[in-house]
Design a protein around this ligand. Structure first.
Ligand code: 5AD
Ligand code: SF4
Length: 437
């Protein structure tokens, strides 16, 4: 195989994967490769997600389709790298069965350029080592979007009984404080105005007794950084310090993604969530006390093994009690090797379908209501991309709503608007004209 000139990175799944995918693209670009469509690229990286559904089969079919599409179009055989959590969990089997050129786990992707060079020289390789943190230092940065991600923490020690993350991403580790602050400064220099701190359990970030709120306090001092967010959090790591930060730090946006998964104490226990319905609700009360306008978001699983109709109703009543601004909901999917996968009483697909529909109807209703309740408010909007209409730009409100605006602005501007009309998924804003002094 001659040395590749073009690449394509395809990411599936969570924001952590989107971030990792961007970093891999930067690494390839730093080697002089240019981006191309999947059907034309010499190297295609499939950055996979293992969290739900038939992840492994999907990888096999993606590999097959890629090879077929390239063969049809140009007669080429692309170099294929499988990255991400499926690579970590089932890399060896994919490596031998699908005969891909590279398998690289989420903790090893800084080695990608070396692995590509080796594969081009005829040696395929598998790298699913989990060294602590070495990948971060190796990552170059170019110009970035107004809203950027920054990984501060990885892995999870919680072992919820349905979840593969503790196995694929490993134990909780925190990146060093100083490295994060340096990277945040570099991001701001490169054009970021908002930074979202990422981690599977981002609020478990710690270093020498310092917690996420201490980190946020330091980041708040970076000139030019207007907004800070963080995701995803676990209820048990929501410290008073972090709650207070929502009152004290203006650049910390009023938004909290705090997965609950179920409203039933029996199910929560079987999930090994180590919080109850009531402790979760009380926690949200404490957050709302310091930041009454906070937008709440969550994750839900319907059809966990053994979930009864009454237990599902408990989830619906929790949703009613919270009034989420947005949320994600999923059908339970047995992940090989997790404790819940071997529980015998799996819930039939048709029951899960019906529960998911009912839950999503309730969540959509609340999202629309949240949006409608913000109409008339004045807030800042960070403009992130062009809209479909001439002169239209789309950005985010402090509450992470999409806001459409027509006006003479550029991407990256932070504009003061009045929210004028609300739909289920977005709002329109009108510019607030400053009164003459
Ligand atoms: N089945 C369905 N949903 C899952 N999640 C994690 N594992 C599973 C699974 N096996 C969901 C949880 C988690 C989100 C990232 O994905 O709601 O918070
Ligand atoms: Fe998975 Fe639970 Fe860890 Fe979240 S907290 S990553 S759901 S094990």
């Amino acid at each position: 195989m001659s040395p590749p000139k073009t690449f394509h990175v395809k990411s599936f799944g969570c924001q952590m994967n989107v971030y990792d995918g961007e970093r891999m693209a930067e690494l390839m670009a730093a080697q002089g490769l240019t981006q191309a469509d999947a059907v034309d690229a010499d190297v295609v990286v499939l950055n996979t997600c293992h969290i739900r559904e038939r992840a492994t089969e999907k990888v096999y079919s993606d590999i097959g389709r890629l090879r077929k599409d390239q063969r049809r179009k140009s007669g080429k055989t692309p170099m294929i790298a499988v990255a991400g959590c499926v690579a970590q969990a089932e890399g060896e089997e994919i490596f031998t069965r699908a005969k891909v050129d590279i398998v690289v786990g989420p903790q090893a992707y800084h080695n990608l350029p070396d692995l590509v060079a080796k594969a081009a020289a005829g040696t395929p390789s598998l790298d699913t080592d989990m060294p602590l943190l070495s990948k971060f230092g190796a990552l170059p940065r170019r110009k970035v979007a107004p809203s950027a991600f920054l990984t501060v923490q990885e892995g999870c020690d919680k072992f919820c009984t349905y979840c593969v993350v503790p196995y694929t991403r490993g134990a909780e580790i925190s990146r060093p404080f100083a490295a994060i602050v340096d990277e945040a400064k570099a991001l701001v220099d490169a054009g970021a105005r908002e930074i979202t701190l990422l981690g599977q359990n981002v609020n478990a970030w710690s270093e020498n007794e310092r917690g996420l709120h201490d980190l946020i306090r330091d980041l708040d001092r970076i000139p030019g950084l207007a907004r800070i967010r963080y995701t995803t959090s676990h209820p048990n790591d929501m410290t008073q310090g972090l709650i207070d930060a929502h009152r004290d730090i203006e650049s910390l946006m009023p938004f909290l993604h705090l997965p609950v998964q179920s409203g039933s104490d029996r199910v929560l226990k079987a999930m090994n969530r180590s919080h109850t319905r009531d402790s979760y609700l009380r926690l949200l009360d404490r957050v709302r006390e310091v930041r009454p306008d906070i937008a709440l978001s969550g994750d839900f699983i319907v059809g966990f093994p053994g979930e009864t109709d009454a237990e599902f109703e408990d989830t619906l009543s929790l949703v009613d009690a919270v009034g989420y601004a947005q949320a994600y909901s999923f059908k339970y999917s047995p992940r090989p090797g997790t404790p819940a996968a071997s529980i015998v009483e799996q819930v039939p697909e048709s029951v899960m379908d019906e529960r998911l529909q009912r839950l999503q109807a309730a969540l959509n209703r609340d999202q629309h209501a949240f949006n409608a309740a913000t109409v008339g408010r004045t807030c800042t909007v960070l403009l992130e991309r062009a809209g479909k209409l001439p002169g239209q730009l789309i950005g985010k409100s402090p509450w992470l709503q999409s806001v459409h605006l027509i006006g003479n602005h550029a991407i990256g501007d932070l504009v003061e608007v009045t929210l004028a009309a609300a739909g289920p998924n977005s709002l329109t804003g009108t510019e607030r004209i400053a009164e003459a002094a």
